[in-house]
Design a protein around this ligand. Structure first.
Ligand SMILES: Cc1cc2nc3c(=O)[nH]c(=O)nc-3n(C[C@H](O)[C@H](O)[C@H](O)COP(=O)(O)O)c2cc1C
Length: 172
């Protein structure tokens, strides 16, 4: 029986979901059975051998759905391999990546029991037209140009490598 992986995400504007689907497709190519759904729709992790979590950063914080997800599935998350990807930097500039990694590390320190087998920051996508409240109230954000720093080849490579990381750690 192929191992079953959950790919689950938290998004505001949809770019993380698109990356999650790309990761899910790559895992399907690697012959995993894959279920892809938003964090808010996940009731139990019982049937999964491994989990991939995807979410973005906003004003230095992880998406608001991540904390309740981590807390309600804490026991199950500690008993199976967890990989994690985070969208943030709006441009392919190293200093933005350094800052996003710093923000992520600070946020994840609130969950010291979580020890991902893989963790990656990817560039994100920004569209000032999509800003809803409260962010649309910030002129500095509204004036920022649209950008898409998602590096699809890197995303595919990361997802492909997950197969090798998951396999040896999964209990069969
Ligand atoms: C209001 C706002 C605040 C953001 N703050 C951060 C931030 O603090 N750090 C960061 O790395 N990226 C930040 N970003 C970039 C987002 O993480 C990026 O746009 C991501 O792709 C959004 O994901 P989503 O489309 O799934 O909601 C911010 C984006 C917005 C719109």
């Amino acid at each position: 029986m192929p191992a079953t992986v959950l790919v689950t995400w938290a998004t505001r504007y949809g770019s993380t979901e698109e990356v999650a689907h790309a990761v899910a497709d790559e895992l399907l190519n690697q012959r995993f059975t894959v279920n892809a759904q938003p964090m808010t729709g996940v009731k139990t992790l019982e049937r999964y051998d491994a989990v991939v979590l995807g979410f973005a950063l906003y004003m230095g914080h992880i998406h608001k759905d991540v904390r309740p997800f981590l807390l309600s599935h804490r026991d199950e998350l500690t008993r199976r391999p967890v990989a994690l990807f985070t969208l943030g930097p709006m441009h392919a500039e190293e200093k933005e990546f350094v800052e996003a990694r710093r923000e992520l590390t600070k946020e994840l320190a609130k969950f010291p029991w979580l020890s991902p087998v893989a963790q990656q920051v990817f560039g994100g996508k920004f569209d000032p037209e999509k800003l809803g409240l409260p962010f649309s109230l910030f002129p500095i954000l509204r004036k920022m140009p649209a950008s898409d720093a998602r590096d699809w080849p890197s995303i595919h490579t990361w997802a492909t490598n997950l197969a090798g990381i998951f396999q040896p750690t999964m209990a069969h």
